[in-house]
Design a protein around this ligand. Sequence first.
Ligand SMILES: *Cc1c(COP(=O)(O)O)cnc(C)c1O
Length: 301
Amino acid sequence: MFQDPIYNQKVNIPNSSIELVIKREDLIHPFVSGNKFRKLKYNIKQAKTTRLRPILTFGGAFSNHIAAVAFAGKEHGVPTIGIIRGEELGLKKHLNPTLQFAKLNGMQLKFVSRDDYKKKTHSEFLSLLKDEFGAFYMLPEGGTNNLAVKGCEEILQPIDYTYNYVCCAVGTGGTIAGLINASKEHQKILGFPALKGDFLQEDIRKFANRDNWKLITDYHFGGYGKIKPELISFINTFKKNHNIPLDPIYTGKMLFGIFDRIANGYFPENSKILAIHTGGLQGIAGMNEMLKRKKSPLIEV
Ligand SMILES: *Cc1c(COP(=O)(O)O)cnc(C)c1O
């Protein structure tokens, strides 16, 4: 489904003994998040072998997970259904770039109200979906489950054991759990949540089998999908300096946080940091549409 090996790219930090290297999981696919591919690998296999079709899952309007499921489903000949948060989206003439991509890849979209969306894990809601669509293979929002964590364990390779720190952005916690499980005891895994909330610690603990990890919660910029001009300007400068595009929802916030922590002396001298670029670049187009409406500076592409 994707090419291996994904390469590690060094990022120069002037006047510092710290080494920062980016694992370019974003190069797995131009539109689909690298970590979402990893999360889907064993789930698609499972859906196929149990002959449970279609795959049904949940997401917001800009969801990287929705885009990934649609694409992977098409590649593997498995039909997909996306339950999308916000019924107003279905009434619009033009779907946003994420949903357009999902639809083009054959995903059937069902738009539900925010209230209904909150009930998405309740058994009554799921049984209504079963009445409507028949039996399906259910993937939770964000795609995190045991098989997804197993897929994310393949991100870290033996050449990565030389790093003292492994950093990643955190949404539902599946990706960091895979990194934790694949890491060595001498490594510290740092997660940078893209959203507010204390529930993440517990969610990660459900899937992680050691405790060499920590969440750094200062860089969510106000919550999921929220941004600030300084974040946009950081993303644009980073691209100019290092020729690596970052997304505004996840990887931009993580790298902003890493640079801020480096500047503030959080990392000891000569630390070797590996930051996972999980992708998410498909989200830039939708974010820019919104920034344009607000007449704010755009993310340069
Ligand atoms: C979904 C996503 C994440 C978060 O992954 P979780 O496993 O949900 O924590 C990070 N980065 C990108 C680009 C994503 O699309």
